[in-house]
Design a protein around this ligand. Structure first.
Ligand SMILES: O=C(CO)[C@H](O)[C@H](O)COP(=O)(O)O
Length: 228
C-alpha cells in the first residue's frame, strides 16, 4: 500500500479514537506515528476548550503534546488514567498486540495497566492472523545484556540488540531493546512469563489482555473491534 494511504488510515483511526475522550479525563498518550495524529487532534480539541490532562508514554510524545498545547501530568500525580490511546505494531483477531517498535513499550505497558480503558489505533497493515512476523521487542537492563542475549539464543529466539545511528538504542529509561523472533511460539502467555522470569528483563512488547477497543483505518473508513 502507498505510504500516503497508510498514513491516511492511521489518521482516520486516530480521529475516531479521539471521539472517546471527554471533558475532565486523564488521557494516556501513546507513542509512534499513529499516536502522533491522535496527539495533534487532541491538541486541536484542547484549543477548542476540551479540558483534559495527558500522561505521555515517552519523551517524544511529551514533546509533541507540549507543542500542541495539551496540559501534562505525571502518572505519579494521578495514579489512574481514564483512557489511553496508543498504536501497535501487530494485532491478531483476539486483539493481542506486539508493541515497542518505537521502543516505548515499558511506559506504554504501565499506562495500559493503569488505564480504565485502552484504545488501540492502527492502519490495516497491522492486522495479522498470528502474531510474530514483527519481531518482539524486549526491554532489558544494560548490566545483564550479554547474559540475557545468551539465554534468548538458547530459547531459539534469535535475539538482535537494537541499534541506531549513535550505536545501541537506549529507551527513555536508559535501557536496551532486544528484538526476538517468536514466530514458532504458540503459547504466548507462557512465553511472556518465561521472558519476564529472566533476571534483567524489564518488560516485553506482548500486550495480551490490555486492549478494550481497537480502531483500524481501512481504506477510507474505520473498523472498530471490541474485546469480548
Ligand atoms: O509500540 C509503539 C511504540 O513503542 C508504537 O505504538 C508502534 O510501534 C506503532 O507505531 P506506528 O504508529 O508508528 O506504526
Amino acid at each position: 500500500m502507498k505510504i500516503e494511504n497508510v498514513n491516511n488510515e492511521k489518521k482516520l483511526a486516530a480521529l475516531e479514537a479521539v471521539k472517546y475522550v471527554q471533558n475532565g479525563m486523564i488521557v494516556g498518550l501513546g507513542t509512534g506515528s499513529t499516536s502522533a495524529y491522535m496527539i495533534e487532534k487532541l491538541g486541536e480539541e484542547v484549543s477548542n476548550g476540551l479540558d483534559i490532562q495527558g500522561v505521555p508514554s515517552s519523551e517524544r510524545s511529551a514533546a509533541l503534546a507540549e507543542e500542541y498545547g495539551i496540559p501534562l501530568v505525571s502518572l505519579n500525580e494521578v495514579v489512574e488514567l481514564d483512557i489511553t490511546i496508543d498504536g501497535a505494531d501487530e494485532f491478531d483477531p483476539g486483539l493481542q498486540l506486539i508493541k515497542g517498535g518505537g521502543g516505548a513499550l515499558l511506559r506504554e505497558k504501565i499506562l495500559a495497566h493503569n488505564s480504565k480503558m485502552n484504545i488501540i489505533i492502527a492502519d490495516s497493515g497491522k492486522a495479522v492472523s498470528k502474531l510474530g512476523k514483527f519481531k518482539l521487542p524486549i526491554e532489558i537492563i544494560p548490566f545483564a545484556a550479554n547474559s540475557i542475549i545468551a539465554e534468548l539464543h538458547k530459547m531459539g529466539l534469535k535475539p538482535e540488540l537494537r541499534k541506531n545511528r549513535e550505536g545501541e538504542f537506549r529507551t527513555d529509561e536508559n535501557n536496551l531493546i532486544v528484538d526476538v523472533d517468536i514466530w514458532d511460539h504458540e503459547d504466548l502467555t507462557q512465553l511472556n512469563l518465561d521472558l519476564l522470569n529472566i533476571p534483567g528483563v524489564v518488560e516485553t512488547g506482548l500486550f495480551l489482555k490490555t486492549t478494550d477497543i481497537l480502531i483500524m483505518g481501512k481504506d477510507k473508513e474505520v473498523v472498530t473491534y471490541k474485546s469480548q
